[in-house]
Write a protein that binds this ligand. Structure first.
Ligand code: FCB
Length: 465
């Protein structure tokens, strides 16, 4: 069985994010986030869905943690909602912090290691009103918020990540506009990317200032990019640009202390250099203790979208703009692989490629797969949810992780996305990623067969000691 190949001590987990599960969006002093406001915009979210009640986790937290314990999870990755902890980006709200104190207590009581993501996309709307991520000041507000959360939970939470997928915050939030705050302004997106990086660096500094021993890093989303026709120089150039935005924009400043030269020149017309102040890159590259890697699919791209778009495969519900600043004309192709229920091509080998590439390029930083998973149209039949496609997805991707470890990559854990079906951003409640099925009407939870399979895989790995 695949799990035999994973080393003893490997961290087996599952992940969620605050806005996707919590609900109670006005509870205990929480203010609006950009996602609350974005959900109110007509047509922004499929089905007009909102973050309330989501899966009502804010009120059902203890039962949800009991379910994690039932599956034998070793670690649970969750995010803290900034607008609960510092509503409107302002003063600290102890009632909001108390929820996370209780969550951490509950996890520890069940021997589940808590893993905190500080920012999984729910910026307080008041900070967006003051300029959002394109404004430099937001990075300093983030550092204050990071200090607050670490101060409250740092003694009991061993693993910390600053940002989840700043690629999405910057490029989907401010360039394509398919994510909150829904702006389609490529120059603002580029400013946002730099200020998110700065926020990360300031956040790492704030945490390490409180504890030099803290284990802190960042989660980035990566995807291997290949040209459709490797002999066509235009396709090769398209792949280079997409690779720069998808894979290099964030990791190079964080782990090497400089923007990749190609990214710097591709984004020069959008003003990237104007935002970089003396000393910024030293802050951004403050040493990290881990790299979180999110992986879902690979990309095959060509130039000239207009002639070659019929098999366009990228998932972009209703975007008024393109996320690919400086490469708007690139087409994304499906190349005949199996797809998830959402139409994402299933490519486990891509995860091995990615982890071995990261290891070769940035060796020395321990890696954790902080997200990987698949949506399928699950159905309840006789009170059960049978999801063999997800089991196959999970098994093949765990195998891919084992292959990367065999090839020398320092991968120390895997978090399935997601523990529960939940609010899937612009897709609303239409995409189910969970190991646990949630009936969104009744809030009933049913462990899927993939959840049972994962529990068995975890239990069998425990025997290897
Ligand atoms: C990632 C997000 C996560 C979830 C998965 C499917 O980009 O980090 O919240 O939406 O995709």
């Amino acid at each position: 069985m695949v799990t035999r190949k994973l080393p003893p001590g490997f961290v087996w987990g599952a992940a969620t994010a605050s806005f996707q599960i919590e609900g109670s969006t006005a509870g205990d002093g929480r203010s609006d986030s950009i996602w609350d406001v974005f959900c109110r915009a007509p047509g922004a979210i499929i089905g007009g869905a909102t973050g309330d009640p989501a899966i009502d986790h804010y009120r059902r937290m203890a039962d949800d943690v009991a379910l994690m314990a039932k599956l034998g999870l070793r670690s649970y990755r969750f995010s803290v909602a900034w607008p609960r902890v510092r509503p409107d980006g302002g003063a600290v709200n102890e009632r909001g912090l108390d929820f996370y104190r209780r969550l951490v207590d509950e996890l520890l009581a069940h021997d589940i290691v808590p893993w905190v993501t500080l920012y999984h996309w729910d910026l307080p709307q008041a900070l967006e009103d003051a300029g959002g991520w394109p404004a430099r000041d937001t990075a300093y507000r983030f550092a204050e918020y990071a200090d607050t959360v670490y101060g409250a939970l740092g003694d009991r939470v061993p693993y910390w990540t600053t940002l989840n997928e700043p690629f999405c915050s910057a490029l989907l939030g401010y360039a394509s506009g398919e994510h909150a705050p829904g702006r389609s302004e490529p120059q603002a997106a580029v400013a946002a990317a730099h200020h998110l990086l700065l926020a990360h660096g300031l956040g790492v500094q704030a945490i390490h200032a409180r504890s030099a021993e803290a284990t802190v890093g960042i989660t980035l989303n990566f995807a291997p990019v290949v040209p459709l026709n490797p002999d066509d120089p235009d396709d090769v150039e398209a792949a280079r640009r997409i690779d720069g935005l998808q894979n290099l924009l964030f990791v190079e400043p964080v782990l090497r202390g400089a923007y990749a030269p190609g990214v710097l020149s591709d984004l020069a017309p959008y003003g990237l250099a104007d935002h970089i102040r003396d000393g910024d890159l030293a802050v951004i590259s403050a040493p990290v203790d881990l790299l979180g890697v999110n992986y879902y699919l690979g990309n095959t791209v060509s130039a000239r979208a207009q002639d070659r778009a019929p098999d366009l495969g990228i998932v972009t519900p209703n975007p008024p703009g393109s996320p690919w600043v400086g490469a708007e004309d690139v087409a994304f192709h499906k190349v005949g692989r199996l797809v998830t229920g959402q139409g994402w091509e299933i490519y486990p080998e891509g995860l091995t490629e990615l982890l071995t590439w990261l290891h070769k390029e940035y060796s020395g930083v321990p890696m954790y797969v902080t997200e990987n998973g698949a949506a399928f149209p699950d159905r309840v039949v006789d009170g059960q949810v049978h999801d063999p496609d997800r089991v196959a997805y999970l098994a093949s991707h765990l195998d891919a992780v084992a292959d990367a470890i065999d090839a020398g990559a320092d991968v120390r854990g895997y978090f399935y996305w997601s523990m529960f079906d939940n609010f899937e951003w612009a897709w609303g409640y239409g995409q189910r990623f969970g190991l646990v099925y949630v009936d969104f009407e009744t809030q009933q939870r049913i462990v899927k067969s993939s959840g049972q399979w994962y529990a068995e895989a975890i239990a069998s790995s425990a025997g290897q000691g």
